[in-house]
Design a protein around this ligand. Structure first.
Ligand code: TTP
Ligand code: MG
Length: 366
C-alpha cells in the first residue's frame, strides 16, 4: 500500500451485548432489545448498557436512565447483561480477528485493531480483506461488525464509527484530513462529553476547527495531549498496532532525581509516592502482587535491588508502601546520595482467578 505508514483496521462490534443476545436467542432478532438495569415497570434507577439498533430507532441510547428507555420504548424487551457470556464471545471473536491479521491489539470487549499491511496490496485488496473479516465474524458468531481502515489506529477507530452498523469506511492517508474535517470534535477518542462542552464554549465544534488552531492555543486546551490532537486533526495519525502479548509480568515505576538526594525523609517520601502509583496501576489492571521490590541507584551508579514477598497477594496501598519503605531503610543508614529510586510489583495474580483475555483490556483514550 504505497503512501500508507501502516495499514490498520479497527473492528467494532455493532450493538455488542444486544447482538450477542439476539444471536443466541433467535426470538429476540429484529426486536427492540435493551440491555441494562431492571426497568422495574419504569421505576428502575439504573442505566441502559446498550440497545439493539431496533431500539435505537426509538431514541434509546447507552448510559441513558433505564426509566427513560422504558418511556421511549414501551414495547422494548429489557434484559440484564450476562457479562460472563459476553466475555466468552469476545474471546472467540478476538481469535477469529487474530487469524485475519499479522498483529492484533485488543482495545475493548468489542473492539480491536488489526495490522494487515502484509496481507493487502492495494485499495481493492484492502476492501476485500475487510469484507472477509466481517464475513468471518458473522460465520463464527452470527454477529455484525463495522470496520474502519486507515494508516493509524485513531483514524481507523473514527472511521469504523462512520457507517454503523455493518459498514466499511476506508480513509486513505491523502484523504484523511478532508474526511475528518467536517466531523464533530467528539469523534476523536479522548474528547468526552466534558471536553466537548468545554470546546463548544469556545465555538470549537468540528475537527477542522481543531486543525486550524495555533500550537500555543492547542497546548492551552489540551496540555500534554496537544500533540496527539493536532496530529489526528491534521489527518496525520499513523499510530501502529501494538500486539497484545499477554498479561504483564510486573508493574513498576521509577524516578530519577534532577539532583541527587541524600535526605532520608525525601527518599522515603519518594518511595511512598512510587508505591502508591504502583498500587493504583495494579487496581486499574485488576491485579494483585505477591512480591514488592525496590531499586536504589546511588550517585556513582551502583545499583541495588531488594525484594520481599507476602503470603497473600496484595495491592493495598498501605501494605505495598510499608514493604517498599522497609526495603529502603537499610540503604538510608550511611547518608549516601541517591540518583534513582524504583518500586516494582511482581508475582502478579488476577482478581478472583480471572485470567481471560478480557481481563487485560487497556485503558481507552490517548
Ligand atoms: P460500544 O461499541 O460503544 O457500543 P455497542 O457495541 O453497543 O454499539 P455500536 O454499534 O454503536 O458500537 O460498546 C460496546 C459494549 O460496551 C456495549 O455493547 C455495551 C458496553 N457499554 C457499556 O456498558 N456502557 C456504555 O456506556 C457503552 C457505550 C457501552
Ligand atoms: Mg460496538
Amino acid at each position: 500500500m504505497r503512501g500508507w505508514a501502516h495499514v490498520v483496521l479497527h473492528v467494532d462490534m455493532d450493538a455488542f451485548y444486544a447482538s450477542v443476545e439476539q444471536a443466541r436467542r433467535p426470538e429476540l432478532r429484529g426486536q427492540p432489545l435493551i440491555i441494562g438495569a431492571d426497568p422495574l415497570q419504569g421505576k428502575g434507577r439504573g442505566v441502559v448498557t446498550t440497545a439493539s439498533y431496533e431500539a435505537r430507532k426509538f431514541g434509546v441510547r447507552s448510559a441513558m436512565p433505564i426509566s427513560k428507555a422504558w418511556q421511549l420504548c414501551p414495547q422494548g424487551i429489557f434484559l440484564e447483561p450476562d457479562f460472563e457470556h459476553y466475555w466468552q464471545v469476545s474471546e472467540r471473536i478476538m481469535e477469529v480477528l487474530g487469524r485475519s491479521a499479522d498483529a492484533l491489539e485488543v482495545a475493548g470487549l468489542d473492539e480491536a485493531y488489526l495490522d494487515v499491511a502484509r496481507r493487502v496490496q492495494d485499495m481493492p485488496g484492502l476492501e476485500a480483506h475487510a469484507r472477509c473479516v466481517q464475513a468471518a465474524v458473522r460465520d463464527a458468531e452470527q454477529l455484525s461488525c463495522s470496520v474502519g481502515a486507515a494508516q493509524g489506529k485513531v483514524t481507523a477507530k473514527i472511521a469504523s464509527d462512520l457507517q454503523k452498523p455493518g459498514g466499511l469506511t476506508v480513509v486513505p492517508p491523502d484523504r484523511a484530513r478532508d474526511v475528518l474535517a467536517p466531523l464533530a470534535a467528539r469523534r476523536i477518542p479522548g474528547i468526552g462529553p466534558k471536553t466537548e462542552a468545554r470546546l463548544a464554549e469556545q465555538g470549537l465544534l468540528t475537527i477542522a476547527q481543531l486543525a486550524e488552531l495555533s500550537w500555543p492555543r492547542l497546548q492551552e486546551l489540551f496540555g500534554s495531549s496537544a500533540g496527539y490532537f493536532r496530529t489526528v486533526a491534521l489527518g496525520l495519525d499513523d499510530s501502529p498496532v501494538v500486539p497484545w502479548t499477554g498479561p504483564p509480568k510486573s508493574v513498576g515505576n521509577e524516578s530519577t532525581f534532577l539532583e541527587d538526594v541524600a535526605d532520608p525523609e525525601r527518599l522515603r517520601e519518594e518511595v511512598r509516592g512510587l508505591a502508591r502509583h504502583v498500587s493504583g496501576r495494579l487496581a486499574g489492571a485488576g491485579l494483585r502482587a505477591r512480591t514488592v521490590s525496590i531499586k536504589v541507584r546511588f550517585e556513582d551508579f551502583q545499583t541495588h535491588t531488594r525484594a520481599r514477598s507476602v503470603p497473600r497477594a496484595t495491592r493495598e496501598p498501605a501494605e505495598v508502601e510499608g514493604i517498599a519503605l522497609a526495603l529502603l531503610e537499610p540503604f538510608l543508614a550511611d547518608g549516601r546520595a541517591v540518583r534513582l529510586l524504583g518500586v516494582r510489583a511482581s508475582g502478579l495474580e488476577a482478581d478472583g482467578g480471572q485470567t481471560t483475555l478480557a481481563r487485560w483490556l487497556p485503558d481507552a483514550g490517548p
